[in-house]
Design a protein around this ligand. Structure first.
Ligand code: CA
Length: 224
């Protein structure tokens, strides 16, 4: 899986690049719009992470240019908080999604997976938390030498909990992201699936626990 990162803040580009590499992505970094465009036009990437304010050529012009040339690589825009207008323009220009700086690496990795999965690009990067790994190909949780298969909803819920590690995932977020709609009368379903997940984690003797924040949602605990 090959990623192009176009970002002129050198420190940020290097930090993001090294984390992506540690997650086993191949990463090329460009620090200006012109070299970013040249790289994107080679059409060898599975995903492009694109800053908007860039020297040489801005991110939105770069995006429009590659879409005109029929390069359909998924593009995630990296935007500053003040650039709301640019986000809307960016989606109009053919961006798949955007992330507002500062973003967590967990969120970035989850968005890369989501954007590329929508395009049918196969993943070999499995989300991890504490002593568990989610196997995206087999829909399993792996803990040491043990594994257990998850149902589709259980899998998506655990993936969401991992991508939100360090924060609470609300019942509303589970409904929106896993069920695809939000209906308070079905919040019991979220509780039911959380109890299934807890049973599976304890079957695996994992140190990871799903904790409840009463009336708000759930969070993972147990990473060392
Ligand atoms: Ca910039």
């Amino acid at each position: 899986m090959k990623i192009l990162l176009v970002e002129d803040e050198i420190g940020l580009a290097e930090a993001v690049g090294s984390i992506l590499k540690s997650e086993k992505y191949d990463v090329d970094i460009c620090n200006d719009g012109i070299s970013g465009l040249e790289a994107a036009l080679t059409d060898q990437y599975d995903c492009i992470l694109l800053d908007i304010m860039l020297p040489g050529m801005n991110g939105l012009d770069l995006l429009s240019t590659i879409r005109v040339k029929e390069i359909e690589t998924p593009v995630l825009l990296l935007t500053a908080r003040s650039e709301t207008e640019d986000k809307i323009n960016g989606l109009d220009c053919g961006a798949d999604d955007y992330l507002t700086k500062p973003f967590s690496m967990g969120e970035l990795l989850a968005r890369i997976r989501a954007a590329t999965r929508r395009r049918g690009i196969v993943h070999d990067i499995n989300p991890k938390y504490g002593d568990i790994i989610l196997d995206l190909k087999r829909d399993e949780i792996i803990c040491g030498s043990n594994s257990v298969v998850l149902g589709r909803k259980e899998f998506q819920m655990l993936e969401l909990l991992i991508s939100n590690a360090g924060q609470i995932t609300t019942k509303e977020q589970f409904m929106n992201k896993v069920w695809g709609y939000n209906d308070e009368s079905e919040y019991n379903n979220v509780e039911v699936y959380i109890s299934f997940l807890r049973k599976k984690l304890s079957m695996l003797h994992s140190s990871v626990q799903i904790k409840t924040r009463r009336g708000i949602g759930y969070f993972l605990d147990g990473a060392k």
